[in-house]
Design a protein around this ligand. Sequence first.
Ligand code: BEZ
Length: 243
Amino acid sequence: MSEDTQTTEHNQEKLPLIGETAPSFSATTTQGQIDFPGDYQGKWVMLFSHPADFTPVCTTEFMTFASMVDEFKAVNCELIGLSIDSNYSHIAWLRTIQEKIEFKGMKGLEVTFPVIADLKMEVAAKYGMVQPSEDDTHAVRAVFVIDPEAKIRAILYYPLSLGRNFDELLRVVVALQTADEKSCATPANWRPGDDVIVPPPGTCGLAKERVEGADSGGYACHDWFLCLKPIDKSELKLPPSMK
Ligand code: BEZ
């Protein structure tokens, strides 16, 4: 067991949490051997699991992800897939997708991002991707958004039956990058072009200043703790679909 792996009292590996360093791994993939984080210096990474190759929901997910690779690349985010299947199974499935499957107008799609063949469940165990109450031999639909410092920034887990919303996954990356670059937070349903939230003041004095200085500061306050300001889309690093 590697140094960055912790176990619970039941000897299950502890789920990595937001803000923690993402567990490192070396893995066999459809694009050759990869080492994380070493091969991903300076990049955002979306590490995601799917339950199994040659299954219907997963096939629609992979086609959708494959169609969006350039969108993720535009925001410096690399995709890494994973399931508890062999590399030959992955290769056969990805070839079938490219050669035979059409879904919502998408066809002939080549999956160019690496898909981990995690037959020994080593990576899945480090990331809590097998959740035995849902299924003890297949990974759930997990998504880890990891920043260039290898810190986990967002985690999503979906059950086997529920296909993910890939527009939302892209929005998560863009919102996290916007929050980092502009020192702000993003409100519910935020999309690029919408106002962002100014961090709330931490003292009574600053709260007074915030409300009194709202006009000159270029932000609009609903109350001292909820102030928004506009950010021009042109200031943000955005994928083509959000420009
Ligand atoms: C699917 O991708 O369709 C699927 C995979 C595993 C269990 C149930 C559904």
